[in-house]
Design a protein around this ligand. Sequence first.
Ligand code: DGL
Length: 268
Amino acid sequence: MSPHILVFDSGIGGTSVLAHIKASIPSAHFSYVMDNALLPYGLQSEQTIRARLAALVQYIDEQELNVDIIVIACNTASTSALEATRQLTRISIVGVVPAIKPAAALSDTKHIALLATPATSNNAYTHSLIEQFAQGLRVDLHHSTALVTFAEALYWNRLVEDAKVVTELHRIAIAPEVDTIVLGCTHFPILKRHFEQFYSSDVKLVDSGEAIARRVQSLLAQAGKYTMILCERDLSRKKPLQFYATAPDKISFTEQEIKLISLNSISY
Ligand code: DGL
């Protein structure tokens, strides 16, 4: 049996991470859970996010989904609740956190910016990443909730007004000395074209997608499941991606079947 990888986000941001994992492990079985009832997570408290992830773990157990790896494909959820969630389950969990370390290594001007959600840019975990991996660099913190909304609109309606994105990027006003921007929200790679048009071609945009795919591969290898993936050549027998959502409002936008679930069940 191919390994089962469950990717979680508040919305569709995690699909930017899912794409990297699928490209490197195409024969795995994938589930995607979005907690769109509480979107955007960037405006939620740590306590709320921890409770939602606890409920997710409980749901996986109750439904016997046989998940091998949970990928919390959300910087906000990972920086708020990764350690707490790991205490609740024996399933391996891979968190997505802002790529401060690779960005620091890439920067020539030693001046980088983190663009994330309000919760991610304010939380202690993010500040500790900066202290640990960006010593001697200047790191500017910026946040945006509007960019999350635009990425959602682009994904579901295939439409976002370029002018609105440009206005938001002007408001964010990243300093011209910055040569490397950490896209510290998994929704943001979905707007990559907009960023590339707005910022000079010298500015490097860094996200965590590829590194996460490598981490998932190495965990599967450790668990003895990677050789099995390489042997399993018959992709036609693979199960289709199962989508789950916590609110029905997006379901009508897609031909993909989405299963409605609740993550309200427990308090943390
Ligand atoms: N995609 C998420 C992240 O990586 C969260 C966006 C949101 O719900 O605010 O932070």
